[in-house]
Design a protein around this ligand. Sequence first.
Ligand SMILES: [Zn+2]
Ligand SMILES: [Zn+2]
Length: 453
Amino acid sequence: MLSCPECGSDQSVKNGCKYKGKDKRPRRKCCRCGREFFGDNNETIEPGIACDRSTEVRVHGNESAVEATVFGEPPSLDELLAECKVDRSVWEVTNYEIRRWTTPYTDKHKKPGLIPCWHVKVRMVRKVAVHTEFPAVQPVQFVGALPQVPTAAFVRHELPCTLVVPDAHVGFRRDLSTGHLEPFHDRKAMDVVLKAAAYLQPERVVILGDMLDLPEFSDKFIKSPEFYFTFQPALVELAWFLGQLRTVLNTDVPIHYIEGNHEQRLSNSIAQHLIAAYAIAPAFAPKSAPAMSVPSLLGLEELGITYEGPYPSGRVWINDNLVCSHGEIVRNGSGETVKTMLSEARASEIVGHVHRSEQATVTRWAKKGPVSYTITCPGTLARIDGTVPANKSHVNWQQGFSIVYYEDGNGKFHTINLPITDGEAIVNGRMFQGVDYVDRLFADTQYEPFRKG
Ligand SMILES: [Zn+2]
Ligand SMILES: [Zn+2]
């Protein structure tokens, strides 16, 4: 056994290995003066209980443990506890584990060999527990059943819901040889929204605009003859859809229809090409909506739907902190539009126009502390397969709609984007499946172009 270079004591314990650098000799620590020094790789091992720091009895409150390494003969529990000076009248053994392996060693005659090695673990508890300031961890004891707390007790209050419906671009391209009308809008996606509205029974609905595509009135794309005379079927179908929406909701549920840039094509076109007809209302109701206008042609007043225009100023505030509008900004990459809008944000917003499902939040620091603004785009209800006239054929668009739960006034809100994939949407953990409603549409309207086949 090596003696301490400081005080000469033979009593030292292993103190790990020095792994850093080349020197990998075991380290030792003097039991008397605490000096750390290097041991020897060829240290002689004496049979018996090793003088190891783990042979100490570790006491923690009402529990204690002994861990020891023993060379040569396997130790009996009594010998080990006697060696470690455990008072058996105080401690009761609860667990005793012993593990064997062999280790190379050099005996006192410098002769190398193998010696059996035993690692022993003993766990004990006090026979009479003492008070400890920090009680040892005790297993949880269940007495009887857990108290039953109704989940309703956790709910401070239920919140009203607003359903937000984005761009459907109802419109058609006519096949000039067959006369078939190919819709721009996705009837399955629109049907899912009707089903979600019936299920959610929202307190309010906000339609974000671009519900009509109006390709005939476009100044942006070439007015191809395929688009001629498609305005009437688009009006009939959208009016029918809005009537369905009104039917699944209570008559007193407010529905707001915000004007989009596509609806604006109609008034722009009249202003440009037939100024005499601009803003002309019927003689019997000169203060009503102009005759050639979206609200009047769709019969929005009869459906109890408020038209919020003109684009781009038409907007609906959900509460003091969240506003819906059609939107004016479109950036190319996914997430880029909301990112651009956040740089200027002074309120949280929900916008259509982008046809992408996006949401992002910014936190700004004011005198009172952090203020967060969230910009949300629900997506579109138009077809995303390239049918809708756009700048490119492979559009990066997503279908979906949103719901908002909110407090009134200067309150909180939670906007949730609900994607639609293959005509299906997951709402509150339930799968809703939309169908092509053209049969119902024809049955209700008897409008010949919607007859199938
Ligand atoms: Zn738009
Ligand atoms: Zn749009």
